[in-house]
Design a protein around this ligand. Structure first.
Ligand code: 5GP
Length: 190
């Protein structure tokens, strides 16, 4: 997506060869116009697939996922991060390792908001090793719902997440795919 790639070139800050900071337009300060365009792009790509809900992982996926849900006329479910296991019959939980923090958390979802009838689109800001997306998929499957696909704003294609998800047969639609980055230089691939 041209608008997102241009914005990454203009305002993205490469911390090192692995981590890109996008906190002036996605993660901390949010550009609503760009989020709306992103939502429309995902809605167009994933239309007519019988999707019933959009899901994201708190917190940086919420803005683009909300705009996607709005464009598709669907509810948004936010998968919550808990520091440790919560014993509760009405919660689905799965452990995920965080790429940026190097720690683990429990991803949780209330059974009130998902059922075996749901066909869910997952949206997240970054795809790196694929741990967050794989955790979200595990959680949705624990509820016996199905996954329609994964929409990603920024895929770091030099990390293994994309290939892992595609190898499992998922439709992964990434709006910006970074092939290589270093301070002052970000290269996209198609
Ligand atoms: P994965 O689970 O695919 O390894 O990492 C995805 C998650 O880690 C995303 O939800 C995102 O929050 C975070 N993440 C991964 N790489 C980056 C990065 O380069 N910059 C930022 N800001 N977050 C990242």
């Amino acid at each position: 997506m041209k608008e997102l790639q241009e914005r990454i070139q203009k305002d993205g800050i490469c911390i090192n060869e692995d981590i890109l900071k996008v906190d002036s337009f996605i993660n901390h300060q949010v550009d609503p116009v760009l989020m709306e365009q992103i939502g429309q792009e995902f809605a167009e790509h994933f239309k007519d697939q019988g999707i019933t809900k959009v899901a994201t992982i708190e917190s940086s996926g919420i803005a683009p996922a909300l705009m996607t849900a709005h464009s598709m006329g669907l509810p948004l479910i936010i998968l919550k991060k808990q520091p440790s296991k919560v014993l509760n019959d009405h919660l689905f939980q799965t452990e995920v390792t965080s790429f940026t923090k190097g720690t683990s958390y429990e991803l949780t979802l209330s059974s009130k908001f998902i059922s075996e009838k749901d066909h869910v689109l997952i949206i997240d800001d970054f795809l790196a090793n694929g741990e967050a997306a794989t955790g979200a998929i595990r959680l949705i499957r624990k509820a016996h719902a199905t996954v329609a696909g994964v929409g990603i704003l920024i895929e770091k294609s030099f990390q293994p997440g994309h290939d892992k998800l595609v190898a499992q047969g998922f439709d992964v639609y990434s709006l910006a795919r970074i092939g290589h980055m270093e301070a002052g230089k970000i290269e996209f691939i198609e």
